[in-house]
Design a protein. Structure first.
Length: 364
């Protein structure tokens, strides 16, 4: 999974990136501090992995990971190449999801490119640029398809109808993700276009420390504005999170979090929200050599889940031996789970559940 952090210059993108990845991307109080995208690989926090580690005592533990890309700040006119527009839009097209950082705090010491703090205006600025870029892509495709449709090509006529719908949506100032396509073929065609405004979005409302727990009036405005979108909204005090990551010990970090009323770092909340947004879940493999978390789409069958480990596992799938995580935790070992009769043998039609501990039988 690859998620891109976007937003206007100086809203806290690179600071958030550093909190997530500890990669120490440059962050400063001026526009276009980030020019080339910074890339970091972030472990997905999962307490279940720690439980399995304590029970199995493996040689190594491998968590699931997410790739985070810190993309250059966007400005008005980016779709026409202003600022670092074309480069920015090329980078964002390659991601699976967008983490859109909105500034929801006042601070006279941090400049705003538009001179004042207004997260709704900032959101609209970026939305418009992304919509204009998508409109350009749709119009190019429409020009080509329309010529084929005039010759009586039925497939081209179907595509033209969908493209006309996309064009109307964008011209009205709406993002493609607000459209609902009941027909799977239509949705598949739209997906193939890789439109930027079709990507799911996680809005991060960047607040000051006093609003880290409760949010503020600006956060409520954002929630109301994005209610019709396929989007998630979370509240993070990014500057405070940055201070926490600088602390040496786990104990110090926990004390700091508790002092401001938080139970966990915002990075954990953000990664979990990104998982939910992309309809992802986790299953585990557990043995003395390795305990490992694997990422799959919700609704994946056992062979598809096996294929995440190796394509041969999917091709030669015979069956899966499955233990529910809660059973593994309750009985304390694979052997005791077996003795209790709680190991299930599942076939090709089995839909994997979040937290399943699995062992695959296959034949190549």
């Amino acid at each position: 999974m690859k998620a891109g952090i976007v937003g206007l210059p100086n809203v806290g993108k690179s600071t958030l990136f550093n909190c997530l990845s500890n990669a120490k991307a440059q962050s400063a109080n001026f526009p276009f501090c980030t020019i080339e995208p910074n890339i970091g690989v972030v472990n997905v926090p999962d307490l279940r992995l720690e439980v399995l580690e304590s029970l199995v005592n493996p040689e190594r533990v491998v968590p699931a990971t997410v790739e985070i890309v810190d993309i250059a700040g966007l400005v008005k006119g980016a779709s026409k190449g202003e600022g670092l527009g074309n480069q920015f839009l090329g980078n964002i097209r390659e991601t699976d999801a967008i983490i859109h950082v909105l500034r929801c705090f006042e601070d006279p010491n941090i400049v705003h490119v538009d001179g004042s703090v207004d997260p709704i205006r900032d959101k609209e600025t970026i939305d418009i640029e992304l919509q204009l870029k998508d409109l350009e892509s749709v119009e190019k495709r429409l020009e080509k398809v329309s010529r084929a449709a005039k010759t009586g090509n039925k497939e081209a006529q179907k595509e033209k109808d969908i493209l006309d719908q996309l064009k109307s949506c964008l011209e009205l100032g709406n993002s493609i993700r607000t459209l609902q396509f009941e027909n799977k073929d239509h949705k598949s065609f739209v997906n193939s276009l890789q439109l930027i405004t079709d990507k799911p979005v996680l809005y991060v409302c960047n607040v000051d420390e006093s609003a880290a727990v409760t949010g503020n009036a600006m956060v409520e405005q954002v929630k109301e504005t994005v209610a019709s979108e396929n989007a998630e909204v979370i509240v993070l005090a990014v500057g405070t999170e940055a201070d926490i990551t600088e602390l040496e010990s786990y104990e110090e970090r926990q004390m700091f979090l508790e002092d401001i009323g938080l139970s966990e770092p915002g990075s954990a909340k953000l990664i979990r929200s990104a998982y939910k947004l992309l309809n992802l879940e986790t299953y585990f493999t557990a043995g003395v050599k390795e305990v490992r978390a694997w990422t799959i789409k919700v609704g994946s069958t056992a062979p598809v889940a096996a294929g995440v480990i190796h394509t041969d596992f999917e091709k030669g799938f015979i069956r899966a031996e499955v233990i529910a995580f809660e059973d593994y935790k309750h009985y304390g070992s694979e052997q005791k789970v077996k003795e209790a009769g709680k190991v299930r043998v599942e076939g090709k039609e089995y839909i994997v559940k979040d937290g399943d501990v699995m062992h695959f039988r296959f034949n190549v």
